[in-house]
Ligand binder design. Sequence first.
Ligand code: SAM
Length: 217
Amino acid sequence: MIDKTLIIQFIRPVDPNSTTPPLDDYSYWESKYQSGQAGWDRGAPSPALVEVLQRFPTPKRVLVPGCGTGHDVHYLASLKIEAVGIDFAPSAIETARKKAQSPLENYLLADIFSLPQQFHESFDLIWEHTCFCAIPPIKRPHYVQSMYSMLRPDGLFLGIFFLDTESSTEPPPYCFTLNEIDRHFDPYFQLEAEWLPSAYYPGREGEEIVRLYKKLS
Ligand SMILES: C[S@@+](CC[C@H](N)C(=O)[O-])C[C@H]1O[C@@H](n2cnc3c(N)ncnc32)[C@H](O)[C@@H]1O
């Protein structure tokens, strides 16, 4: 069945007079990929993900929202972990699918705010990396609720968050204070651990924090 919400998302025109990036509109992100301006794409999995998977019990099925061209999904699948990447930018998903090498690596062109019903409570782990900071801040509560509903009971949410520092530049990314992260996640998740990653992309040292949350029942 065709998802009408997704169609509305896809046909909404970008307002040429708006000064705020239309982050809700797939064509904003699509144009960045098409014009080679996807500066966030480092061509490799997140070093923090690589680091954590060396210590973490291996999850069975992982959701990667806003997966971009799929480096993290690809890395998870290379470790024999089933992973599903979601993105609403067609070029990103097309690139990810072209690079895919394993049946454990799957991609869906979709809006994370209208995910298919069969995804509900079907993931052991969500890996959040530069998606939460890329959505309009007003949609943060919706994001957290959506991720909550995709996790199995006792599922885990592992996220790397950009911290709001004095050197933070114009958004996006929309950075976070720890209080803001608490405010959004505490009603739905129990904080299990947090740490500063010892591995990071060049230039991101001290700008990120990793948090591991467990879904509340
Ligand atoms: C800053 S990029 C990060 C991509 C990837 N995580 C990476 O680090 O390379 C944010 C991504 O989220 C996607 N995105 C933003 N809002 C989305 C939404 N509502 N549904 C699906 N994807 C979304 C964009 O298309 C973009 O690929």
